[in-house]
Design a protein around this ligand. Structure first.
Ligand code: UT7
Length: 318
């Protein structure tokens, strides 16, 4: 067999993000749940989050974010061969999100599949996209992280209702002469899968917060360091550290442990809450929009969550 090769490397061409219009503050939540702004800000770091309207679906959020990334890439829809959607909050499991997002964006007949690795999903999907470009399976790939967590929450459970939120972030991945998406370092701990779970169709999200907190603050900094090693860089060379936005205390603890002394640390959770697979592309897209990170700078991404799954890679910013 004479195998046609893909590109020598892959790179992120452009970003896009979308948040629903409805801003919900901690004081808003305290009107119906036994909680308060001081607890949420000091324990989790969230000041406000956005929640989708009942009519707005996770597909709608993905279309907004994906459309922005596609427009920013300058590519016509016809140049996208593959659409990957990372999500764990699809209300309807069949059919998948990717095909519907592609159709709404005018991308005709691409490969289309969803990835469920929960809050690590975007990093898994980005890795699959970069591999597809390098292998010659796709020229350009649209990758979207989208979540409508609000319909999987028990709004009387203060341990989850104040944390999770809705949003979407997207990237277009295309070919590059040299690698600009580093090797992924990924893994899972299925023995801890009960720690974050929606048991069945009639259940809401349940999280053993302290178990996950301990795991995140003790097990993940070696994964982040290892992603830097695999990319051939020292953490001091990073322009940005963009971990999953689960808890500001987790973000700051991991940042201290990896020694990314010159990096801007993503703290998108303050205004976005925990948007699971959307949190990393959304945070990075907003950092770029605010001009906080330079074009050509290196960003370390670290996703982690239900599964328990994790994944990290270094990317060069467009
Ligand atoms: O995105 C996927 C990955 N997920 C994560 O990484 C989440 C990791 N875990 C965490 O971020 C934290 O464990 C939480 C933010 C979920 C919880 O923070 P915590 O500091 O671990 O609080 P806790 O669960 O130990 O609860 C401490 C106290 C309890 O009261 P008592 O028993 O000490 O009287 C809770 O009942 O805080 C109480 N509490 C609240 N109080 C006010 C729990 N939720 C609330 C609330 N408002 N919303």
């Amino acid at each position: 067999m004479k195998i046609a090769q893909g590109a020598p490397g892959a790179r992120i061409l452009a970003f896009g993000h979308y948040q629903p219009a409805n801003v919900v503050t901690n004081d808003d939540l305290a009107k119906t749940i036994d909680t308060n702004d001081e607890w949420i800000q000091s324990r989790v770091g969230i000041a406000e989050r956005r929640l989708a309207s009942p009519e707005e679906t996770e597909i709608d959020l993905a279309v907004h974010a994906g459309g922005k990334a596609l427009a920013a890439s300058g590519l016509p829809a016809a140049d996208i061969d593959l659409v990957i959607v990372a999500t764990c909050t699809m209300e309807s499991q069949i059919p998948n999100a990717a095909g519907r997002v592609a159709t709404r964006l005018g991308i005709a007949a691409p490969g289309a599949f969803d990835v469920n690795a929960a809050c690590a999903g975007f990093c898994y999907a980005l890795s699959a996209a970069a591999d597809a470009v390098r292998a010659g399976s796709a020229r350009n790939v649209l990758v979207v992280g989208t979540e409508k967590f609000s319909h999987w929450l028990d709004w009387t459970d203060r341990s989850t209702a104040v944390i999770f939120a809705d949003g979407a972030g997207a990237v277009v991945v295309g070919p590059s002469d040299v690698p600009r998406v580093g090797p992924v370092v990924w893994g899972s701990e299925g023995d801890k899968s009960d720690a974050i779970i929606v048991k069945d169709r009639r259940s809401f999200l349940h999280q053993e917060g302290q178990t996950v907190f301990r795991w995140a603050t003790t097990s993940l900094h070696p994964v982040a360091r290892s992603a830097c090693e695999r990319a051939g860089i020292d953490p001091s060379e990073l322009a940005a550290f963009v971990p999953h936005q689960a808890n500001l205390r987790i973000i700051e603890s991991i940042a201290r442990k990896i020694g990314a002394d010159n990096a801007v640390i993503a703290r998108d959770i303050v205004l976005a809450g925990n948007t699971s697979a959307a949190s990393i592309p959304m945070a990075l897209s907003r950092m770029i929009e605010r001009g906080e990170v330079p074009s050509g700078g290196l960003a370390l991404l670290l996703g982690f969550g239900a599964g328990l799954t994790y994944a990290a890679q270094v990317v060069e910013l467009p």
